[in-house]
Each structure stands twice: as C-alpha cells, then as structure tokens.
Design a protein around this ligand. Structure first.
Ligand SMILES: Nc1ncnc2c1ncn2[C@@H]1O[C@H](COP(=O)(O)OS(=O)(=O)O)[C@@H](OP(=O)(O)O)[C@H]1O
Length: 368
C-alpha cells in the first residue's frame, strides 16, 4: 500500500536508505565484535594496565591503588619467572631484580614507613649481614641497610624516631632490620615485645668457638694493641678456667640469652639460622627463612654462586646492575691462628651450653 503511494523516484530513495541502514548495521556489528575481543582482556592484563596509569598519576587518592599494583607485579613476575610452570622459583636472569626494583620504587613513592615486623636479632659474627642481604632481594621484603641499635642504644629516642628510619613499604611487604647486639641485650626482648608481641625474630647462630675467634679478629683489626686471644679468654689457662665475662666468650653462651627471649616470645616466633649451613647451602637456609616469614619461596639456588676468590657464596650479578654481589671485606676475614689446645678447652667449656641450646631449639647444630 505504502509502496503504491510512493513515486518511482521516492521508491528508489527508500531502497537506497534501506541498503545504507543494513550496511551500517553490518559495519557496526563487525566493529563491536572486534572491539569486544580487544577490550575483554584477561583480568590480570587489565589490572596491569590500571597499574601503569595509576603509577603515572599523582595525588593521594592513588596510595591505596599502589599496593594493588605492586602485589600484582610480584604475582605476574613470579608467573613469568616460572615460565608459566607454577611451583618453580623465580627464573634466572634479571627478572627477580626487575620485580624487586619495580617494587622498591613503587614502595619508595607510595609506601609508608612502618615499624618492623621482623628482626634479625643476632648473633654478632654469626652471618647476620649475609642473611639480610640475601633476604632483601625478595620483592616482598624491605630492609634497613644499617644497624639502628634501637632496642639497645637508642631506645630513648622513641618509636617514632625508629619508624622514621625504616624504608617505605607497601601493604603486605615485610619491614626488616638487623642489629646483632639485640640478642645479648637484657632489655631487648621486653622492649621488642612491647612494640609488638607478634614480631618475628631471626637468630643466626654459629659455632661459639669460631664466633669468638671471628669477634676477636674483628676487634684486633681495629685495635692492634689488645692482649692475645688466649690472655683474654682465660682467667687461668693452666686450670682451664674460661673468662665468661669477656664479651667474645659470653655472646656464645646462647642458651643463657635465649632463656631471656623465651620469657617474652613463643618458640614459634623465633627462627634459628645455622651460620655454617648459610655458607655451604645458602639457598636451603634462605628457603627456611622465607617459610618462617610467610613468604613465597622466590630466593633459590639460582640466585647464588660460590665465589672461589672470596671463599663464600655470593649473589649472582643481575644483568641490570654492576653492583658487586659479594659481601664486603670485613665479612670472611682470615682468622688469627689459635692453638689447637685452646680451641679444645673452649669447645669443652661450651659443650653443656650447646647441648641445652640444641634441646631448647629442637635442632642439633653439630658444633661438637
Ligand atoms: N656469603 C657470605 N659472605 C661473607 N661472609 C659470610 C657469608 N655467609 C656467612 N658469612 C659469615 O658472616 C660472618 C660475619 O657475620 P655478621 O655479618 O653477623 O657480622 S657482624 O656481627 O654484622 O659484624 C663472617 O665471619 P668471618 O668469616 O669471621 O669474617 C662470615 O663467616
């Protein structure tokens, strides 16, 4: 009927309009399909994009988002690191460093300074620097490089001062510091518990005889005029009377110090690293440290190599950095020569303390 009412020219215009509408609809349909495919990305890829935008943007509103970004970056890096095979630790090459660097810079920009939730409390000359340097390559760990000595020498400065020293961290990252003298400081456990009873404590222990010699070697390098090791270690050498008041000897009576810590902390809050195994099997020891801190095992064999010149394990040099990855010269010094007999006497002295220590900790460190 309508067709009959239209003139021939009107009819052809209507046909043209109809064809145009159909072709436009088809174009739109095709475009929609293509558009959908490119915008319906995986959730992770989408969130990754959001992170990039947020990182570039400024303002306080972004603080919350930054945490999401960082944890996503860690996740995706881990996945890439394992080449898509879950369960494998971070890959070799610079991936873990990239992740760490990215997380560090995000944390520096958007993170907050927080009181530490984990501390390496000792022992002096046990291998504390090695543990700190090894654990801080983990993307979820932010560590203070220097020893703040807050719970022994600087307690009067207050918690705000202490917090101010800490590196910025994102939610979910662990803040860590190390001060080896805490382990033998009487007030330290009470003070740390009053900061937080949930603080995780790491103690790196080493054969107390070797530790004492290492301690003495360090002092001697700074003060060459001190008496001999033998003179300091004994009240009466021929009677085999050890001077337990000498700091180098006293520090190694681990059980005495540990009893003080156990008045304030549960045994499950303390983790003991073997200073000896840290040298022979750094990845194994660091695996247990990561478990203790509730971290994914990212630091593995792939991160270490044995440096023959240094005589110690070092971190593999990341591609993106020229930084040396062995510890400094003050770590791994040649010890002063001590007579065999003196070493035997000290071994005898420490034996009962060691046995009690093994029983309490539930680990045999095999120092005898
Ligand atoms: N990878 C690696 N590289 C170098 N050194 C290592 C390493 N792992 C453990 N160690 C041992 O760490 C000892 C120093 O311990 P600390 O870092 O706790 O010393 S300090 O208390 O902070 O001065 C240091 O003691 P000395 O050998 O007596 O110098 C080392 O034996």
């Amino acid at each position: 009927m309508a067709q009959r009412l239209l003139s021939p020219s009107n009819r052809s215009s209507a046909r043209l309009a109809f064809l145009l509408t159909v072709s436009l609809s088809c174009t739109y349909l095709c475009y929609s399909i293509l558009f959908c495919r490119s915008t319906v990305m995986t959730r992770r890829a989408y969130e990754g994009k959001k992170c990039q935008q947020n990182q570039n943007a400024a303002g306080k509103k972004l603080l919350g988002r930054a945490d999401v970004c960082a944890s996503l970056e860690v996740r995706t890096a881990e996945e890439r690191g394992s080449g898509g095979q879950r369960g494998d630790a971070a890959s070799s090459g610079s991936l873990w460093v990239d992740t760490k660097l990215r997380n560090t810079s995000v944390a520096q920009k958007y993170g907050n300074k927080k009181l530490p939730n984990a501390l390496i409390v000792g022992v002096k000359k046990g291998g504390t620097r090695a543990v700190l340097e090894f654990i801080r390559i983990h993307p979820d760990v932010r560590a203070l490089g220097t020893e703040p000595h807050f719970f022994d020498r600087n307690y009067d400065r207050g918690l705000d001062w202490y917090r101010g020293l800490m590196p910025r961290t994102l939610d979910g990252q662990i803040t860590l510091e190390k001060t080896p003298s805490y382990f033998v400081t009487r007030e330290a456990p009470r003070r740390i518990a009053s900061m937080s009873q949930e603080t995780k404590l790491i103690v790196v222990v080493r054969n107390p005889v070797t530790r004492a010699i290492s301690d003495y070697t360090q002092t001697l390098s700074k003060k060459p005029d001190i008496p001999t090791f033998e003179d300091l270690a004994f009240k009466n050498r021929s009677l085999g009377l050890v001077d337990a008041s000498w700091n180098a000897i006293r520090i190694g009576m681990y059980i005495l110090h540990l009893e003080n810590w156990l008045q304030y902390f549960r045994p499950s809050q303390m983790h003991f690293v073997s200073g000896e195994r840290l040298i022979t099997d750094p990845a194994g020891e660091m695996g247990r440290v990561q478990d203790f801190l509730g971290l994914k095992r990212i630091i593995s064999e792939k991160h270490f190599y044995f440096n023959r010149t240094k005589g110690f394990p070092c971190l593999k040099k990341p591609e993106s950095s020229s930084q040396p990855r062995c510890l400094g010269k003050s770590k791994g010094r040649t010890h002063v020569q001590i007579e065999r007999e003196v070493i035997e006497q000290l071994r005898e002295f420490y034996r009962p303390f060691n046995i009690k220590f093994y029983e309490t900790v539930g680990q045999d460190f095999k120092w005898d």
